[in-house]
Design a protein around this ligand. Structure first.
Ligand code: NAD
Length: 367
């Protein structure tokens, strides 16, 4: 969930905000505090060229404020590129609330946070993330219209995870097409790491198509339940990264593609839901390219969730959300072709296409 957390003593060597590597040209950063409810939150607004900055609110027990700041900045920048590559008229933003969601979260604290969101007059629109829930979004809705991911009973778009899983499935099929010459996953050996909300639905799609699925999860009970439900095999080896499979689908944590794991990977495709799979975008993207492992950029193929919540702003229904998510197949193929034609990694290709969309809009606006 939280990757690339930089140690506090490394962070304090540079200027606190604008000097952080993760600052990365943010437009605005808002620090929110309320003594009565104990709220300490940071809202990062990375870029609003394409539209309002939309991104979830994460509630996490950060070791210190530096870690929270670094996390929100890194995540909000990621949202800019996710929305841009997905063709959505949204900018990138994210919020973090510092605290343990199980112990420190109260309705008053969430409501107060919603008031801070409201004070930004729509420049930032929030949604759910780790540590926040649909009922929290409903509470926020009571004090501001600038929230998505509210319950279906209140006119919201409901649980985004199945839509995310569908997008990952589409991205994986595109990767199979490019790498193996066929989009069919029938008979392909796929390792799914993480059998949570997204992982489970992905496993359902894969087993239905005839893929030979192996699964892994640190939650033994969950893994056994999902394995039994879909007839997926539990991975029994010591090291999942050296599993003899065609496709590795990270659906648990970020940064699992790193110096140690790339050497051991036998899979020829990486396509999964986890955010920030590459521990270092440039170094590890390049290492994968050199080893002939095709990487489907995470922020592109896991965008089903944001496509789903965007329905609440753009006013489309679930059918349309699924149709737009299906298009991840075409976009992923385009990225692979662009990467090959330009001799860059797939991550760089996706980033530069997303950046171009932002730059073009900026030029149009300046006219
Ligand atoms: P989840 O919390 O429901 O599931 C994650 C699963 O991974 C859990 O079952 C957990 O036990 C397991 N896990 C944790 N550490 C593990 C490890 N080391 N090895 C194996 N399994 C491990 O989360 P989710 O909603 O299914 O999301 C999965 C990933 O996709 C996350 O990284 C999330 O940030 C990302 N993502 C999710 C969505 C969405 O719509 N839910 C959208 C975009 C990205």
């Amino acid at each position: 969930m939280i990757t690339e957390v930089v140690k506090a003593n490394e962070l304090t060597k540079v200027d606190p905000v604008f000097g952080q590597a993760s600052f990365n040209d943010h437009e605005q950063i808002v620090f929110c505090h309320d003594k009565d409810t104990g709220l300490k939150a940071i809202i990062g607004i990375h870029n609003t060229v394409l539209g309002p900055a939309l991104g979830g609110t994460r509630m996490w027990k950060y070791a210190n404020e530096w870690e929270a700041l670094n996390d929100v900045l890194r995540l909000s920048r990621g949202m800019t590129y996710k929305s841009a590559i997905s063709g959505l008229n949204l900018g990138g933003g994210k919020a973090v609330i510092i605290g343990d969601s199980k112990l420190d979260k109260t309705p008053e604290l969430i409501t107060r946070f919603g008031q801070f969101v409201n004070s930004l007059s729509g420049k930032y629109i929030t949604a759910e993330d780790v540590g926040t829930t649909t009922p929290d979004m409903d509470l926020i809705r009571d004090v501001t219209p600038y929230v998505t991911g509210i319950s279906e009973e209140r006119g919201g778009s409901g649980n985004p995870s199945p839509v995310t899983a569908y997008g990952v499935y589409m991205g994986m099929k595109a990767a199979a097409m490019h790498q193996f010459g066929s989009a069919s996953l029938d008979g392909k050996r796929v390792l799914v790491q993480g059998t949570g909300h997204v992982g489970e639905t992905l496993i359902d799609y894969l087993t239905k198509e005839g893929a030979l699925v192996q699964i892994s999860d640190i939650n033994q009970a969950r893994m056994e339940e999902v394995g039994a439900k879909y007839g997926a095999k539990i991975f029994m080896g010591d090291d999942i990264y050296s599993a003899d499979v065609d496709i590795y689908a990270p659906c648990a944590l970020g940064a699992t593609v790193n110096d140690e794991t790339i050497e051991r990977l036998k899979a020829k495709v990486i396509a999964g839901a986890a955010n920030n799979q590459l521990a270092n975008e440039n170094i590890h993207g390049k290492m994968l390219q050199e080893r002939g492992i095709l990487y489907a950029p995470d922020f592109l193929i896991n965008a089903g969730g944001i496509i789903n919540v965007y329905a609440e702003i753009a006013g489309y229904d679930k059918v349309e959300a699924m149709k737009r998510t299906e298009n991840i197949y075409n976009t992923t193929l385009e990225i692979f072709h662009f990467a090959e034609a330009n001799g860059v990694t797939t991550q760089q290709a996706a980033m530069s296409i997303a950046q171009k969309r932002i730059d073009d809009r900026k030029k149009e606006m300046a006219k």
